[in-house]
Write a protein that binds this ligand. Structure first.
Ligand code: NAP
Ligand code: WDT
Length: 326
């Protein structure tokens, strides 16, 4: 087992989150048994933070992996930081706790460390993850996100979730929650796409000012193979400027999740997904290198507003988060 200790960031509710998290979402064609293997391997390598969701349909396998590593004495439950997310079909306040209980039952765990609103877009209550009408249009629900947040706060009060936060929220949507009358708990984080091509400097600044951690997803630029990704974007990990910085630090290049999420500049978190033994190890080596001011400058110059995750299905909703500048 690795002796490397992960750096953690203190959340605004007092809990700690390891800055580097292990992403678990894979294309549908990948067998679910792979995620179980990958999570066990990741625990052996030293990862302690795991990111999943109801949407990913892999919580049974992740729960099994975590419980096996607890049973063999590698870790204790309290060493693990596990995140789940409530999907858009459960954003009615009366369904939020049910959704969390479904995840916990699949996981066979008694609590999650972090529970997030996955998207700010309520979808019609349905067994389908993406409920559509006869014309193939997504069917939305009308739910007040502040009411959903009340239900999230109750999940924290019940102890089923240690911390609560959001994902894919823009600044206005965060403000709506922060300005909610009678707010009991602020979101501890906003998990959003963030990498050198979309550095989220404005949103990061806002989050920092509110003591909200910005957690970066697709920090390695995600990858093809995912049904919903646009195919015409440049591949982040093939960027020559990144290669040059990596070479200067005698690193292979994909070690950017922490550095690009504001971790380099302080106070962020980042996710990296790999199910490959070698790359799981490689991606863990982000903790012992520091970017120089010149590196930061070249990284800043790469920012070009490229989103790998844009789902046009959502873009008709009035709360579509990605039309605003931040
Ligand atoms: P990512 O972590 O940016 O990239 C993963 C892809 O890069 C995989 O295809 C992986 O393939 C490849 N890869 C990983 N390490 C590599 C390396 N060292 N060299 C070359 N290729 C490498 O993308 P992501 O999975 O889209 O995002 C990470 C996690 O964020 C997800 O798994 C999920 O947990 C979360 N997420 C959340 C949201 C949200 O809406 N909240 C959206 C997207 C993602 P191999 O597996 O073959 O290594
Ligand atoms: C933009 C577009 C944001 C994939 C789609 C969110 C898709 C959530 C993952 C995810 C979406 C979505 N993932 O991890 O691979 O909500 O459809 O978490 S999405």
């Amino acid at each position: 087992m690795s002796s490397v200790k992960l750096c953690s960031v203190k959340l605004n509710d007092g809990f700690f989150m390891p800055m580097l998290g292990f992403g678990t979402s894979a294309p549908n064609k990948v067998a679910k048994s792979e995620v179980q293997e990958a999570v066990m391997r990741a625990i052996d390598v030293g990862y302690r933070h795991f990111d999943s969701a109801y949407l990913y349909l892999n919580e049974e396998e992740i729960g099994r992996a975590i419980r096996k590593k607890i049973a063999d004495g590698s870790v204790k439950r309290e060493d693990i930081f596990y995140t789940s997310k409530v999907w858009g079909t459960f954003l009615r306040p009366e369904l939020v706790r049910t959704s969390l209980e479904i995840s916990l039952r699949k996981l066979q765990l008694s609590y999650v460390d972090l529970y997030l609103i996955h998207i700010p877009i309520p979808l019609k209550v349905s067994k389908k993850l993406f409920p559509k009408d006869e014309h193939g249009e997504l069917i939305f629900d009308t739910v007040d996100l502040c009411a959903t947040w009340d239900a999230m706060e109750k999940c924290k009060d019940s102890g089923l979730a240690k911390s609560i936060g959001v994902s894919n929220f823009n600044r206005k949507q965060l403000e709506r929650i922060l300005d909610k009358p009678g707010l009991k708990y602020k979101p501890v984080c906003n998990q959003v796409e963030c990498h050198p091509y979309l550095n989220q400097s404005k949103l990061l600044e806002f989050c920092k000012s509110q003591d909200i951690v910005l957690t970066a997803y697709a920090a390695l630029g995600s990858n093809s193979g995912k049904e919903w990704l646009s195919k015409n974007n440049p591949v982040l990990l093939e960027d020559p400027v990144l290669s040059a910085i990596a070479a200067r630090h005698r690193r292979t290049q994909p070690r950017w999740p922490w550095a690009t999420s504001g971790g380099g500049g302080g106070g962020g978190g980042g996710l990296a997904k790999s199910f490959d033994e070698e790359r799981i190890r490689e991606n863990f080596q982000v903790l012992d290198f520091h970017l120089t001011p010149e590196d930061m400058e070249s990284l800043d110059s790469l920012n070009r507003n490229i989103r790998y995750f844009v789902d046009l299905l959502f873009s008709r909703h009035p709360d579509f988060p990605f039309s605003d500048e931040c």
